[in-house]
Ligand binder design. Structure first.
Ligand SMILES: [Mn+2]
Length: 308
C-alpha cells in the first residue's frame, strides 16, 4: 500500500525550509538539480529526495517512531522526539550553473555553522562539491569518503567543469578538504588513464571494488583516520545493483549493503560523520523501492547511531 500525502517529510519528521532555524542534530535536504551537461540530465534524479521521503511512509517509519529499529537496537525516535528535520529541496534557477552552486551552498551553510549534520539526496553526481563547498571557509578541515563505480576526476567534460564527471576534482580544490578516499571503482566510465594518474598525484587514495571485497569492510574501516570528521558522498552506482538498481549506469560487483553499512555505521560510532550525500538515484528506474530504502536505511543508521 502506498501512503499518499501531499507534503512528504523524511521519516515523518517536522519540516523547516529555513535551515538557520533547525534545532535537531540532523537535517534532510534535497538538491534536485546539479550542473548538467544536457537538459535531459536535469530530469533523471529530480524526484530522488521525494522518493526517499515516500519510502519512509511506505516502510511505516513515519508513523511508528516507537518501533524497534534492529539496525540500531532502539526505537526510531525515543520518547517521540525526532532528531532530524526535513528542510525541503533547494530551489534554484537550473539554467544557471553559478546559481545552482550559490543556492545549494546557501541552503546547507547554516546547518554546517550550527553543527547540524546535513543528509542530502541529489541530484546527479555534480552536487557533492555544492555540499562540500558549504563547509569551506568555516575554519575546519574534513576528509572525504567517495563511493562510486567511477572516478569523477575529469577537469572538464563538454567544456563544463562542474558536471557529473568532475565532482571530486572540484572537491579537491576546497581548502577545507584533507584526505580523499575513493572506493568502489570498477569497470570503465568517463575516466581516462591520465585522470587516474592525476587523482593519485593529487593525493587521492583509490580502492577498487575488487580490493574492497578482498580486504573486507571492517579491515578497510580500520584504515580510515579518526583525526578529522568525514563527509561521505555516495554515488548510488558505487553500490551493487542488487541494493541500488535505480541508477543510470548499473555495474555488477558493487559494494554490498553489509559492506557500506559496516563502513557508515563504523564512522557513525566514532561520531565522525560530518555530512552524507547520495547522488545518481533515478526513481523511475528503481525496483520495488529498493534504492530508496537503501538510502533511507543508511541515513537512519547514522541518525540512530551517531551521538551528535
Ligand atoms: Mn558513478
Amino acid at each position: 500500500m502506498k501512503f499518499e500525502e501531499k507534503d512528504l517529510r523524511f521519516m515523518g519528521s517536522p519540516k523547516q525550509e529555513d535551515t538557520s532555524k533547525v534545532d535537531t542534530p540532523f537535517a534532510f535536504v534535497g538538491i534536485p538539480y546539479g550542473v548538467p551537461y544536457h537538459a535531459v540530465d536535469l530530469v533523471a534524479c529530480a524526484g530522488a529526495a521525494d522518493a526517499v521521503r515516500q519510502v519512509t511512509y511506505d516502510m511505516g517509519i513515519a508513523f511508528n517512531w516507537d518501533h524497534m529499529n534492529f539496525d540500531t537496537g532502539k526505537a526510531i525516535f525515543a520518547d517521540g522526539v525526532p532528531t532530524v528535520t526535513d528542510c525541503g529541496d533547494v530551489q534554484t534557477d537550473f539554467r544557471n550553473s553559478e546559481q545552482i552552486w550559490d543556492d545549494g551552498m546557501d541552503k546547507i551553510r547554516p546547518l554546517v555553522r550550527a553543527g547540524v549534520v546535513p543528509l542530502v539526496v541529489g541530484g546527479l553526481d555534480s552536487i557533492p562539491p555544492i555540499v562540500v563547498g558549504a563547509f569551506e571557509g568555516e575554519g575546519k578541515t574534513y576528509n572525504i569518503l567517495h563511493i562510486d563505480a567511477h572516478l569523477d576526476f575529469r577537469e572538464e567534460r563538454y567544456g563544463v567543469p562542474r558536471g557529473f564527471s568532475s565532482p571530486i576534482r572540484r572537491i579537491r580544490e576546497f581548502s577545507c578538504v584533507n584526505e580523499v578516499v575513493q572506493i568502489g571503482l570498477r569497470s570503465m566510465g568517463s575516466a581516462r588513464v591520465s585522470d587516474v594518474e592525476e587523482a593519485r598525484a593529487a593525493g587521492n587514495r583509490l580502492v577498487t571494488a575488487w580490493e574492497l571485497h578482498e580486504q573486507g569492510a571492517t579491515a578497510f574501516l580500520d584504515t580510515l583516520s579518526s583525526d578529522l570528521p568525514w563527509i561521505i558522498t555516495i554515488d548510488c552506482d558505487g553500490l551493487d545493483p542488487a541494493i541500488a538498481p535505480g541508477v543510470g549506469w548499473p555495474e555488477p560487483g558493487g559494494i554490498t549493503f553489509m559492506e557500506i553499512g559496516t563502513i557508515v555505521r563504523g564512522l557513525a560510532k566514532r561520531n565522525s560523520v560530518a555530512g552524507m550525500i547520495f547522488t545518481e538515484f533515478q526513481p523511475a528506474l528503481d525496483e520495488r523501492g529498493i534504492t530508496a530504502k537503501t538510502i533511507a536505511r543508511l541515513m537512519m543508521n547514522v541518525i540512530g547511531i551517531q551521538d551528535n
